[in-house]
Design a binder for this molecule. Structure first.
Ligand SMILES: *Cc1c(COP(=O)(O)O)cnc(C)c1O
Length: 458
């Protein structure tokens, strides 16, 4: 089973190259439970099966029911659109069993990942000492960072390991932050937002009130650079100033919006991000890396090391007897993980192959098509633009539609193979939401989607 099998390799490669050449790939469809359990019924037996048969199960029955998030018209949630270079190099990672736990085992992979982290840190304006690691995504990054925020906050205040503390978050914060706080036993101080944006003023008011309410001390604040639902960037500079004057840890969740740092015209919206004590960006979103790739950075990585380094006698070898040599880096020390794939390498490869200018242009394209779409919506009878897009999300009301109309519309577009667009809720109302990301989405396709909203065309 571990021997190289030329025929198996060829068949898998053939499939892979076929999929990579499809431009665009089929949009895909929703699978049915019955259909899928029938397809899988005899897939795994006690003995071998011909590779071609197994591959056919995958290509004919499974793959079509996975909606292609790299289809340019996948506009739901936050799409993914890996570059071909990044997607292919992800395969190198898997096929070479590359791992990225420690410098001892994987120095070359770790050095290249750190080169990318450095590039991202420079874009954000973090100091030279900043560093971290790649994790599976924004959720893992938020969890890992907020544990460091919690423990550092307790330590610097002379509180015990289990002392209750609070972390300030806005009422718009990503659901993964809410999950994190439940998991790590930290109560949120929820700061109400005016106009969906956390501001320094709102934070000040909430912190003043928190000082009087007799609750646990607030040790950190989470700001969002690009909310997932609407692409709204918090007042990072104002929040950072409050954090600095009150000695709070500033965590910036830029899982979606961080890529805007590549584009000089968008970067100004993220002003203040350079003050982050910890920062999360998801290259598997708007930086065109394959899943699963989240970048986690700390202003002072030693604080993360103090929290996350795992202690076990069999791990002594990776930490060395006299502490780390400068430059040697163990990614396992900066998040809650141990074994990990060096998932930053596909991004490294693609950045090296294409250069950062190509990234700047591809990121900018998403924002441009969002602005174009907003203008079209505004000009159109029957459609209402709910908010000027800051990044790449456009929220649209179809006059007179009820929630079920939006859901039926979404279903129709997917069934027709035109686009994958899911409704969302804005200020209590079901609306259409278009999240752009793939640079190859055309004005023509978007125009067709808008037509379908007002009942012209499909
Ligand atoms: C997507 C997203 C997350 C979660 O990231 P995953 O990679 O899905 O775990 C967190 N915060 C924001 C703002 C996001 O857009």
């Amino acid at each position: 089973m571990h021997a190289y099998d030329e025929e198996l390799a060829q068949q898998v490669m053939d499939h892979l190259l076929h999929r990579l050449r499809l431009d665009p790939p089929p949009l895909g469809r929703l699978g049915e439970v019955g259909e899928l359990s029938t397809a899988l019924k005899d897939a795994i037996g006690t003995g071998p099966r011909p590779v071609a048969d197994v591959l056919r199960t995958y290509t004919d029955d499974l793959e079509p029911t996975v909606v292609s998030c790299d289809h340019p018209a996948f506009l739901a949630f936050i799409p993914g659109a890996p570059t071909k270079a990044a997607a292919l190099f992800d395969m190198v990672l898997s096929a070479s069993s590359l791992h990225g736990v420690s410098w001892l085992e994987a120095s070359g992979a770790v050095a290249a990942e750190n080169q990318v982290l450095r590039l991202l840190a420079d874009l954000a304006g973090l100091p030279p000492a900043a560093g971290g690691c790649f994790v599976s995504g924004g959720s893992a990054g938020n969890l890992s960072a907020l544990v460091v925020a919690r423990d550092t906050g307790r330590r610097t205040r002379g509180l015990g390991d289990a002392a209750p503390v609070r972390i300030a978050v806005s009422d718009q914060v990503h659901s993964s932050v809410g999950n994190t706080l439940r998991i790590i036993g930290v109560e949120p101080l929820v700061v109400p937002t005016a106009d969906h944006r956390l501001t320094g003023d709102a934070l000040r008011t909430a912190l003043d009130a928190a000082e009087r309410d007799g609750g646990a001390p607030v040790v950190a604040v989470v700001a969002t650079a690009g909310t997932t639902n609407a692409g709204i960037v918090d007042d990072l500079a104002g929040v950072a100033e409050q954090a600095r004057t009150r000695g709070l840890w500033l965590h910036v969740d830029a899982a979606y919006g961080g890529a805007a740092l590549f584009v000089p015209e968008l970067r100004d919206r993220l002003r203040g991000i350079e003050h982050a004590d910890s920062l999360v960006m998801d290259p598997h979103k708007w930086m065109f890396a394959p899943f699963d790739c989240g970048a986690l950075l700390y202003r002072e990585p030693h604080l993360a090391r103090a929290v996350h380094t795992q202690d076990a006698s069999y791990l002594d070898a990776i930490h060395g007897a006299d502490g780390d040599t400068p430059g040697e880096w163990n990614p396992s020390d900066y998040a809650y993980h141990l074994t990990r794939r060096p998932r930053g390498l596909p991004l490294w490869f693609s950045l090296a192959v294409h250069g950062t200018d190509a990234y700047r242009d591809a990121v900018a394209r998403g924002a441009r098509i969002a602005r174009w779409t907003a203008e079209r919506v505004r000009a159109r009878d029957g459609l209402e633009l709910l908010r000027e897009p800051e990044l790449t999300v456009v929220l649209v009301r179809r006059t007179g539609w009820r929630p079920e109309d939006y859901y039926a519309w979404s279903k129709r577009l997917l069934a027709a193979g035109t686009a994958f667009v899911t409704p969302s809720v804005w200020e209590g109302e079901t609306v259409a939401r278009l999240a752009f990301l793939h640079p190859d989405i055309s004005e023509e396709t978007v125009g067709g989607i808008l037509d379908s909203l007002v009942g012209e065309g499909s």
